[in-house]
Design a protein around this ligand. Structure first.
Ligand code: F6R
Length: 366
């Protein structure tokens, strides 16, 4: 059932070209200018007129929510707040009938996320669920929604569900933006084409596997690890750190690269691996200076860069090149090497990657 792979997690990482494709199927055909999402249609006016969108989720799904915040604000110009479901439900949040609450959950059974949407519903908000498991509690409790068609995810560490969530949220941001007239037609068309190309680029990123095995060998005994990113790659840094800690039990932190100088920089010395996601996008120059700051303190830099980068290889100890894509879509590609890195490090440390200690696939208790 693991399809020849040693673990479900590895199988699921390698399934991503397919699961991303499946999550777009029927929703996007660039050549026909076809961009639709069944669950959106009935609530189209609500979305077009929404004053605010609140996203609630936990864990990796919350990271997908952070990517969605950037996407929806960029493409659809609606203010977005992303909340941990567990905080939202207990902090007497301001919710009105004009609000749309997007709940993101792979399992559709996470107790805190379910309770958060029940609360929002009782205040009159519209609930849009993005779940992987068909007929799950969150899917049923939502007014509308869209499934991620990632297929069953068995490994406790979420991988293909994350990229499927980001795919669906990207489509959603594009649809809202196109209906609200906040994206230029030419930009929308370009993004449609580029999104269709993502499965092939993920396939290409998976070819990095051998190289990542080598890098993992080098860092498998590290007690700590720092992940830095900016813009669309900031949530990717958080996700990379979460993947590493949950399956390899190495302490890891993800930070927006510019926050480093407000504290975490104190941790950097010649023993600290620092993984910097520095693809060529609007914050490229800024992150290059952050790499310099790490280098000046002798941190060991592993950089995820865009293919053909001429600057960062001279500064980093290891460079991982990923295919170029639109800035909006960059998380779908840049997260792949981070998933592989955590997987290989965990295997080398003898950890049970599919069933890490203390964790369950769906957290049905608060
Ligand atoms: C991380 C992980 C957890 C889940 C979180 C939410 O790899 O698996 O952090 O992402 O428990 O679960 P869902 O998405 O099922 O609500």
């Amino acid at each position: 059932e693991k399809g020849g792979y040693e673990h479900f997690m590895l199988k699921e990482i390698f399934e991503q070209p397919r699961s991303i494709h499946d999550s777009m199927r029927g929703r996007l055909i660039a050549a026909n200018n076809h961009l639709i999402m069944g669950g959106f249609r009935e609530y189209e006016n609500k979305f077009i007129n929404a004053k605010r969108i609140i996203i609630v989720a936990c864990g990796t799904s919350w990271h997908a929510g952070l990517v969605a915040e950037y996407l929806i604000e960029d493409l659809a110009r609606i203010p977005v707040e992303v909340e941990y479901a567990s905080e939202f439900r207990y902090r007497n949040p301001v919710i009105t009938e004009g609000d749309i609450v997007i709940a993101i959950s792979q399992s559709g059974e996470t107790a805190d996320t379910l309770a958060a949407i029940e609360l929002a519903k009782s205040k009159g908000a519209t609930i849009f669920g993005i779940c992987n498991v068909v007929g799950s509690s969150i899917a049923r409790a939502s007014d509308a929604g869209a499934y991620t068609h990632a297929g069953p995810e068995i490994g406790v560490a979420s991988t293909k569900a994350f990229t499927a969530q980001v795919t669906v949220l990207t489509l959603l941001a594009m649809i809202i933006g196109s209906k609200r007239g906040t994206i230029e037609d030419s930009k929308l068309r370009q993004l449609m084409i580029e999104l269709e190309n993502i499965p092939a680029k993920v396939e290409k990123a998976l070819e990095l596997n051998e190289k990542i095995v080598e890098i993992s060998e080098e860092f498998k005994d590290a007690p700590n690890c720092l992940y830095l990113g900016r813009g669309y790659n900031f949530p990717v840094a958080l996700e990379g750190a979460l993947k590493l800690k949950e399956i390899s039990y190495i302490h890891a932190e993800g930070y927006p690269a510019a926050e480093m100088k407000h504290g975490p920089i104190a941790l950097i010395d010649e023993n600290m691996p620092v993984i910097v996601i520095a693809t060529r996008d609007s914050s490229y120059e800024k992150i290059v200076s952050n790499i310099q700051e790490v280098k000046a303190r002798k941190g060991r830099i592993i950089a995820i860069v865009t293919e053909g980068d001429q600057v960062i290889p001279a500064m980093a100890e290891y460079v991982i090149e990923v295919p170029e894509t639109s800035e909006f879509l960059t998380p779908l590609v840049s997260v792949i090497p981070l998933q592989l890195l955590s997987y290989h490090i965990a295997v080398m440390r003898g950890c049970n990657v599919d069933q890490p200690r203390n964790l369950a696939k769906s957290v049905t208790v608060e």
